[in-house]
Ligand binder design. Structure first.
Ligand SMILES: [Zn+2]
Length: 340
């Protein structure tokens, strides 16, 4: 059973006129899944999520930050110029976080083969006490935190495929050896949030458990195949996660207006194939959460590929890898920690 978590409430979050993080992104995804039919497949279940509870939020976020969000909702405010807080924002961000948590719970409990929380707003730029970059609550971090507490999972791998580095997720788990954070993103010298370099490897007990793969602008299938084959698969094999949580950003697509990467909707078929097959190799399951992706014309096509491969449990073979200099340098830095 593949479960999609979705609510029409997510369409009511409107950060502004002409804002790239528009309801249209998610509407395009749902429309594409309905058109292609997987929305109605007997092996797919669409579930309406419940909002994340306060004590669940406190597993990740600082009380003072939650109070700040509450105050901003009353008085009006913004986390940055792209991330406004308005009346109703709190309800919607808790619902998005709740969808992510439920995706993790359903998969970690063994009830569902895999799950995909089709949420907005995204979350991976939100830290323990900060938000911004269209993000308020860190949906994937809340999912990971809950399944660890509720199911006692000891090893979780977060794969972040958004074109932007997930600085919030990195910050939350930076000293934590139970969560291996692996992010593939556009070179942060050229893109928000301007961090996510190869030498950011984690701290203290968490050293070696934070892995950034910056890809030069213009990178496409070959570069992703290299990063997935040379870094993701060996790490999965050695770390043996009990859950693979995916921050699925779709802003690495060629026609995304905010980034300069070159993936195609069809690229997400083999990427998802590598994820589900890699996870299965160590007995883990996959829970996905939607992050960015700002080209309504192609995000739907990409998600159709993702869901089809989640259902089939296997994807097409990846294309031949291209050499990526940062991957070679990163492997040297990781050798004290991992057999790469
Ligand atoms: Zn992004």
């Amino acid at each position: 059973m593949t479960v999609l978590l979705y609510s029409q409430e997510f369409l009511r979050h409107r950060p502004g006129e002409d804002h790239p993080e528009s309801p249209q992104r998610l509407r395009a995804i749902v429309d594409a899944l309905k058109r292609e039919g997987s929305w109605y497949s007997p092996r797919v279940k669409v579930i309406h999520p419940s909002p994340c509870r306060e004590e669940e939020l406190l597993g990740v976020h600082d009380p003072s930050y939650l109070q700040l969000l509450g105050r901003m909702e009353e008085e009006g405010g913004e986390l940055d110029s792209d991330t406004p807080v308005r009346r109703g924002t709190g309800e919607r961000i808790r619902l998005a976080a709740g969808a992510a948590v439920e995706a993790g719970r359903g998969v970690a409990s063994g009830r569902w083969e895999n799950a995909f929380a089709l949420t907005r707003p995204p979350g991976h730029h939100a830290g323990r006490r900060s938000g911004g970059g269209f993000c308020y609550l860190n949906n994937v971090a809340l999912m990971v935190d809950r399944v660890r507490r509720e199911f006692g999972l000891r090893r979780i791998l977060i794969l972040d495929l958004d074109a932007h580095h997930g600085n919030g997720t990195q910050e939350i788990f930076y000293r934590d050896p139970g969560v291996l954070y692996l992010s593939l993103h556009q070179d942060p010298r050229t893109l928000y949030p301007w961090c996510g370099f190869i030498h950011e490897l984690g701290e203290g007990e968490g050293e070696g458990f934070n892995v950034n793969v910056p890809l030069p602008p213009g990178s496409g299938e070959g570069e992703y195949a290299c990063a997935m084959g040379e870094i993701f698969l060996p790490l999965v094999e050695e770390f043996r996660p009990e859950l693979v949580a995916v921050s699925l950003g779709l802003d690495s697509l060629r026609d995304d207006p905010l980034t300069q990467l070159e993936l195609l909707p069809s690229s997400y078929a083999w990427l998802t194939g590598m994820i589900v097959e890699g996870a299965r190799g160590c007995g883990a399951r996959v829970a996905m959460v939607l992050e960015g992706g700002y080209a309504p014309a192609s995000v739907g096509k990409a998600v159709v590929e993702v869901v089809r491969v989640m259902l089939e449990g296997r994807g097409p073979p990846p294309p031949p890898p291209s050499e990526v200099k940062a991957v070679e340098e990163l492997k040297k830095l990781l050798r004290p920690h991992w057999r790469l």
